[in-house]
Design a protein around this ligand. Structure first.
Ligand code: PLP
Length: 488
């Protein structure tokens, strides 16, 4: 096998992503990349399952270190691949499901009431039935859902196992707004009335409490945990055997190698928006920064915070070691409460798990002289919920040219929209890619590859492939298609 050359952007606006040996081996193997794209089309998503396992083991170690009975529920909404659900269940962790199909698939992959939870934002009667029939704990968001679960359980002559989602926590003198859940202040009285007798919701068995917070604050998660533990005590006092507190996801992940690159990129972006020097983004997009009417910078970077020194297991440890005003830690309070602490990480369990490969279709210069490199993929196949995916992609050159010549490019996609510019950043490569070269976007498994993927223009959805063993053996025969995965 000839090793192919792959390179990332050079120059002053680099955002070097953290990568893994398996990614390097893959990018060195243009023969394999070519075979895969020939077989499955472009783009393809590749998942490396050993990294997924490594990630949840780290969280299990944290629980062990703190002596806490913890359980992990992989928030499957972050990635559609069935193999992740299968691997989670086979390895003894749980799966958080958020729709009928997610729950149905997880059940078909041997999930059960022991390892699944339903947290869907919208729950209709069919979904309630599926959950209750299979005795899957349902995290209830509002009174209508309580009534529906109670009715459906009654119709099925069963008991629905439920948790209550809470929100509206007070942190640092401010109330955290959320559209989800019961308000911990306004709704608590009613909840206690409804659950103080066994007749209002005769078919419900309340066994847990839940929250999931927007944003990535350690303090907010710790404060919310402590406030829920107090509520749990009150519900235990009125006779409910509360077994778990689920504190949701939102554990920060780190994507980037370098703090200085992260900071200097933001400074350079602000400079460009101010009009100092050439734009570094398409159309001088400020990604959240803009000019006020005095021509000063306003706003803040509106992307995922890609660089995080405290992330993953450290982030969880910080939540658990956070102290209340008496100096007692969250971990101690959880232990005293004798309760199972659940987390629902999505993105952070997919750290170093996936990459997306796309084939170069064309190169052109636009009227402003920018190089536009068209890829066989579209903007929905690499889309962040925020302003941009801010990691340097890699180029796999398939041809060897003697004289490299720096090329500053934007990658563009297949949708008929001016805005289908795959990354907003201008990227400087040692030479212009050719048709048939490949672009590799790394660390895309958490939300980026799937969450917004659409089939506009009737483009096929991308194929999801996976490898489930060591990176030493990166060959076609070790790459499987997720859609072929058999379900029991
Ligand atoms: C209820 C719930 N749990 C877990 C998650 C996963 O969050 P993350 O991927 O940030 O860990 C989400 C994400 O939206 C969620 O809504």
């Amino acid at each position: 096998m000839d090793k192919s050359t792959f390179t990332k952007p050079i120059g002053k606006n680099q955002l070097t992503p953290i990568t893994s040996p398996w990614m390097h081996q893959f990018m060195e193997n243009s023969g394999l990349i070519n075979e895969l794209v020939e077989k499955y089309g472009s783009p393809i998503n590749l998942h490396y399952i050993p990294s997924f396992r490594k990630n949840f083991i780290k969280y299990q170690e944290v629980f062990k270190d703190f002596g806490i009975e913890g359980q992990i529920y992989f928030a499957r909404k972050a990635n559609k691949s069935k193999i992740l659900v299968k691997s989670a269940i086979e390895s003894g962790i749980g799966v958080d499901t958020a729709s009928y199909k997610e729950l149905e698939q997880a059940l078909a992959l041997n999930g059960s009431g022991e390892n699944l939870v339903l947290t869907a934002a919208i729950k209709n009667e069919d979904l309630m039935q599926l959950a209750i029939d299979n005795q899957i704990p349902i995290v209830i968001d509002n009174l209508d859902e309580l009534q529906l679960a109670n009715k459906v359980a009654g119709d099925l002559n069963q008991t629905a196992i439920i948790g209550l989602r809470m929100s509206g926590f007070q942190v640092g003198g401010q109330k955290l707004y959320s559209r989800f859940g019961f308000d911990i202040e306004k709704d608590l009285y009613n909840l206690k009335v409804w659950f103080s007798d066994r007749t209002t919701f005769a078919n419900l068995n309340l066994i847990g409490f839940h929250f999931h917070l927007d944003g990535y604050s350690i303090e907010e998660r710790a404060e919310a945990t402590m406030q829920c533990l107090e509520v749990i005590q009150q519900f235990r006092q009125i006779g409910h055997s509360i077994q778990f507190l689920d504190i949701g996801g939102g554990i920060l992940m780190n994507y980037l190698e370098s703090r200085s690159e992260w900071l200097s990129f933001q400074n350079n972006l602000k400079d460009a928006v101010l009009g100092n020097g050439k734009p570094i983004t398409f159309g001088n997009n400020g990604l959240g920064f803009s000019l006020n009417n005095r021509s000063e910078i306003q706003g803040k970077l509106n992307t995922y915070p890609y660089y995080n020194e405290v992330n993953g297991a450290d982030f969880l440890s910080r939540v658990l070691s956070y102290k209340n005003t008496e100096g007692t830690t969250v971990a101690e309070l959880v232990t005293t409460a004798n309760i199972q602490l659940r987390i629902e990480p999505g993105r952070s369990l997919l750290k170093q798990v996936g990459l997306t490969v796309a084939k170069v279709a064309h190169r052109k210069r636009d009227a402003s002289g920018n190089w536009l490199v068209g890829l066989e993929m579209n903007m929905s196949q690499l889309k962040s919920s925020s302003a941009d995916y801010l990691l340097d992609p890699f180029l796999v050159y398939r041809s060897h040219k003697e004289e490299p010549e720096l090329a500053e490019v934007y990658f563009t996609g297949a949708y008929c929209l001016e805005q289908d510019v795959l990354l907003k950043r201008k990227l400087a490569f040692p030479r212009l890619p050719s048709r048939g070269d490949y672009v590799i976007f790394v660390n895309t498994a958490g939300y980026m590859m799937h969450f917004y993927e659409t089939e506009a223009h009737l483009f096929e959805l991308s194929q999801n492939l996976y490898m489930d063993q060591d990176a030493e053996i990166l060959e076609m025969e070790h790459v499987f298609n997720d859609s072929d995965l058999a379900m029991d």
